[in-house]
Design a protein around this ligand. Structure first.
Ligand SMILES: NC(=O)c1ccc[n+]([C@@H]2O[C@H](COP(=O)([O-])OP(=O)(O)OC[C@H]3O[C@@H](n4cnc5c(N)ncnc54)[C@H](OP(=O)(O)O)[C@@H]3O)[C@@H](O)[C@H]2O)c1
Length: 346
């Protein structure tokens, strides 16, 4: 398979750095361009991220001397991965799509455009059909918010097998979810912040589009309601979410767990390079999942579920953990692009 030339917009940020790491030696993609703000433009990548490279492994060799450019739609690539601050992402991504680039974005700006798929490769690969409705030469595909990415994957087999009537979420979100430098250390050390601007609204609406059906007129949202509480906690990486669900049909605890543990999607069938063998790992220990122990399951692409039990108010409750900058951002975008490549769309 011939490799596709790709660029990373917002290459210097928390999600951008993950892209740089995950795309090293990728079998489908060759990183030919890095772009960020005018503050970084003109510098070699290693200099642009000096003092703010936050991943435990070093900057990959291939990227160190690449010169960062501004986000103008004249880059030497076919596809751009988007990791831009949402205050600027909207018009930049539109400009790239108009200029003929595929844009695979993590930012919120285009998630609810009617002709833009809000993708989770295992959950709604059929939503890629929406691309045919986009009038631009290039096309935009988006990822959902990092908090609900793993949760939505767990809801998919439940919706398909038992139906869903309602979902309650309580999140404990890592500080890297706010980008760098993010929340001041004096605010988050030894503390919990029970407010993340705009997050609860995203958690209550985005899963409904991701889990929605592709109809004649576009996506028909999944027909249930979600209530969410979002909290920032002093964990570096990994969003933990306590979930309670009300089902349409009765299920036993064993059937409930089996539905999640056996779930596989198109990325697994196609054996895409970033697809975890199992999208959902169900653990039996009473004190798991924990960010420190379970975060890197499936190279950060699996969602770990634990504490599955009956709920006296809803039907069942459980805990999910997923990596916010891998499964919740860069890794999910790379998987979406792999799916597009495998389907011959790029
Ligand atoms: N962090 C997560 O876990 C996570 C998860 C899912 C989705 N997201 C979304 O992904 C996007 C990136 O998040 P992040 O956490 O990586 O943020 P971040 O660390 O603040 O990085 C933001 C990036 O945007 C660039 N940028 C800022 N202003 C710009 C401008 N005027 N023109 C061009 N580039 C500009 C920055 O470049 P400079 O370095 O040059 O300033 C940097 O590369 C956001 O939309 C966020 O909501 C984040």
């Amino acid at each position: 398979m011939e490799k596709t030339k790709v660029g990373v917009l917002g290459a210097t940020g928390a999600v951008g750095q993950r892209f740089i790491q995950l795309l090293e030696g990728h079998p489908y993609f060759d990183v030919t361009e890095l772009a960020a703000s005018e503050r970084s433009a003109g510098k070699p990548y290693r200099e642009a991220v000096e003092g703010r490279w936050k991943l435990s492994a070093d900057i990959p060799e291939y990227a160190r001397e690449m010169v960062v450019k501004g986000c103008k739609a004249d880059l030497d690539c076919e596809l751009v991965f988007g990791a831009l601050d949402s205050s600027v992402a909207g018009p930049i991504e539109t400009a790239f799509a108009e200029a003929g680039y595929f844009v695979v974005s993590n930012s919120k700006n285009h998630r609810f455009d009617e002709d833009v798929p809000l993708m989770s490769a295992e959950v709604n690969p059929e939503h890629l059909k929406l691309l045919e409705r986009q009038k631009t030469r290039g096309k935009i595909v988006t990822n959902s918010n990092c908090t609900i990415m793993g949760v939505t994957i767990t809801l998919k087999p439940l919706l398909d097998k038992f139906g869903l009537e309602g979902v309650m979420l309580f999140s404990m979100q890592a500080i890297s979810g706010a980008g760098y430098p993010g929340v001041p250390s004096m605010d988050i050390q030894g503390n919990v912040i029970p407010f993340i601007g705009g997050e609860e609204e995203k958690c209550e609406i985005e899963p409904l589009k991701v889990l929605g059906k592709l109809g004649e007129k576009g996506i028909e949202n999944a027909p249930f309601k979600i209530s969410s509480h979002c909290n920032r906690v002093p964990v570096y990486d990994g969003h933990t979410v306590c979930v309670s669900v009300k089902l349409k049909e009765k299920a036993s605890v064993e059937e409930f767990k089996k539905a999640m543990a056996e779930f596989k999607g198109e990325p697994q069938k196609l054996k895409l390079p970033s697809a975890p063998e199992r999208p959902i790992i169900v653990r039996e220990e009473p004190d798991r999942p924990q960010p420190r122990l379970d975060l890197m399951e499936g190279k950060g692409m699996a969602t770990t579920v634990g504490r599955v039990r009956e709920d006296p108010l809803m039907d069942f409750k459980y805990v999910t953990l997923s990596h916010n900058t891998i499964r919740g951002a860069a890794g999910a975008a790379v998987l979406n692009a792999e799916l597009m490549k495998a389907r011959g769309l790029i």
